[in-house]
Design a protein around this ligand. Structure first.
Ligand code: IPE
Ligand code: MG
Length: 150
């Protein structure tokens, strides 16, 4: 187990989890987000250096607005609740994706968490938010376009 460097999780099945229990869909998202910290803890104990969570893709914007709001409010709670524990364990928070389109509250709490954990070095947790293949290609081309000609 010692030499596993990076494990990635694609978050899925929250809705089905709630359906099977006759619960509203958003409670599936709540449970899904709560599982994130449980997974971080397990991976930390297994000395896995990087863990990535594919949380919210560019395609997820097609979901109902109410559902999107629930998702981001659970995510906000996650950072508020867990960042102190992560600092104690020296876990660095990283984000992949274009967070500038996320609700302002979520952007703030994420930027704050990144800043607070910037010197942590025992483990790195990467949250993929507003990520997508097309978006990555577009952003890469824009970056290349900005470079001066060689
Ligand atoms: C994952 O669960 C949450 C996100 C990707 C945002 P789903 O919402 O996709 O749950 P199912 O697939 O409907 O069960
Ligand atoms: Mg799904």
């Amino acid at each position: 187990m010692k030499d596993i460097k990076h494990v990635a999780f694609i978050m899925d099945g929250n809705g089905r989890w709630a359906n099977e229990r006759n619960l509203p869909r958003h409670l599936g998202h709540k449970e899904g987000v709560e599982n994130v910290y449980r997974i971080i803890d397990e991976c930390y104990d297994l000395s896995i250096f990087t863990v990535s969570f594919y949380c919210f893709s560019t395609e997820n914007w097609n979901r109902p607005k109410r559902e999107i709001n629930h998702l981001f409010s659970y995510l906000n709670e996650f950072f508020k609740k867990n960042v102190k524990k992560m600092i104690k364990k020296s876990i660095k928070i990283h984000v992949s994706g274009d967070i500038s389109k996320l609700p302002a509250k979520t952007q703030n709490v994420i930027n704050e968490s990144i800043e607070l954990t910037k010197n942590c070095n025992k483990m790195s947790v990467n949250f993929c938010l507003n990520y997508g293949g097309r978006d990555e290609i577009i952003r890469a081309i824009k970056r290349i376009d900005k470079q001066p000609p060689q």
